[in-house]
Design a protein around this ligand. Sequence first.
Ligand code: UGA
Length: 433
Amino acid sequence: MSVSPQTVAVFGAGYVGLVTGACFADLGHRVVVRDVLADRVEVLRRGEVPIFEPGLDSLIARNTDRLSFTTDVGEAIEGADFVYIAVGTPPTYSGDADLSAVWTVIDELPQIERSTVVVMKSTVPVGTGSRVRHRLDERGLQHVGYVSNPEFTAEGTALRDFMHPDRIVIGSFRDEDGDAVEALHAGIEAPVVRCDVASGEMIKLAANAALMTRISFINEIANVCEATGADVVRVAEGIGLDRRIGPAFLRAGIGFGGSCFPKDSLALKQLAANSGYHFQLLNAVIEVNELQKRRVIGKLHSHLGSLRGATVALLGLAFKPNTDDMREAPSLVLAGRLVAEGADVRAWDPVVEGADLFGVEIASSPEAAAAGADAVVLVTEWPELADVDWKAVAATMRNALLIDGRNMLDPAALRAAGFTVEGIGRAASVSEG
Ligand code: UGA
């Protein structure tokens, strides 16, 4: 299908907005990304990328003739066929999504004469589209379309996820608006799910909830494995080969974090509660995840006794590899708990620098973090950690204990290197060095 170049305004120059803008530009469209933060826009205009997302800098550089950045609403909207909303929707104290940035975009739209389509990329509660539609109508913008087009990109693989998605979801009130958004994606090979706006909004929340449920499920299986002598890595392999189950998102660990899952689980829980429904399963998924982040502390206690005065090295701080995102990272809970227990905490991360972690000392390498420590906790499965000379590291530690919070490393090799090793859900491989 040949691309008919369109003009796209993207509101929000965060992860989602920048990926969306750069990918649409790469598909041949003219894109203007608008953000309220003048500094961020300046940085982007200089050709720098303010976030760490593999490949994004070169994608932006490759499309500079079709991609521009501004703080000015009028400039962004000028000639726009589509207005993508990609602003943050963080949780409020009640757990509801804070939609103030969304409403600001809607209220700032000028009296558009042309048949523009407003497209919601931000994750929003079900019912938001109807409210936006109402607000547009009140302002005499009945001719402006509205479409829910949720994103399913994961940080670290966002460009591939955008260009080669499992599906594209398009929820619209009017078929012609959905048709226009579908045509905008020409060049991307993927099944397209067309639906009403509320279902589009729910698909996004339900997809994340399903993924979180799998993680909390395998983490609970891991905890039972620990108590019964099974190995969750083998168990996950064994169940994942069942085609009805599948292998993805069955990695047991120290819990999920990031900018999406924790926020979206709260938003869905709250959405259900506001509608009079107690979403019992989702509540359990959230609670299991909270407890999972803290289980490492129990493991350290069982090996070291009191942690007061113990030195603990945290390897990896970002909520997952290939991102610098610290939002809701399990490392934050771990560091906070360890400091509260009186431990001295040193941390290393290849991307996150100078994070404000309650006085945690930041080391320049995994080796430097571990030297003289009583325990090492592998928090984020950065590929760099596979190349560490663990035998040399064990020799520099006061006590060679390694808790592998992601089951990344080979326990037998670590044992041979002199470590006492414990993973997550791997009772069979717990052994003294
Ligand atoms: C997630 C979804 O995967 C995307 O589809 C979605 O678009 C995005 O949220 C969003 O709503 O914007 P992301 O948060 O970037 O993407 O990262 P994931 O790779 O999904 O990982 C989330 C968390 O789950 C991480 O902390 C990761 O360590 C953890 N995880 C993942 C596990 O503990 N076990 C697994 O098997 C998989």
